[in-house]
Design a protein around this ligand. Structure first.
Ligand code: FES
Length: 62
C-alpha cells in the first residue's frame, strides 16, 4: 500500500489526505479509520474537523 499523501490547498486551506488514515485520541487509541479524509483548514466548516465546502464562500472570484 502506498504511503498516505497530504495535499494542502493554499487558497482554501483545505487539507486532503489520500489513503487510509487512523483517527486517534490523545492517548493514541484508534477512534476510527478513514479513507481519503478532507480536513478543514479555514475554520468555517460546521463539520469540524472535516471540510464541508464552506471555504468556497471565502474564496474571492476574479
Ligand atoms: S477548508 Fe473547507 S470548509 Fe474549511
Amino acid at each position: 500500500m502506498d504511503k498516505p499523501k497530504v495535499f494542502i490547498n493554499p487558497k482554501s486551506g483545505s487539507i486532503r489526505i489520500t489513503g487510509e488514515v487512523e483517527m486517534v485520541d490523545a492517548d493514541g487509541n484508534v477512534l476510527e479509520t478513514l479513507e481519503n479524509p478532507k480536513f478543514c483548514g479555514c475554520g468555517q466548516s460546521k463539520e469540524k474537523p472535516f471540510c464541508d465546502g464552506s471555504h468556497k464562500g471565502l474564496l474571492k472570484k476574479d
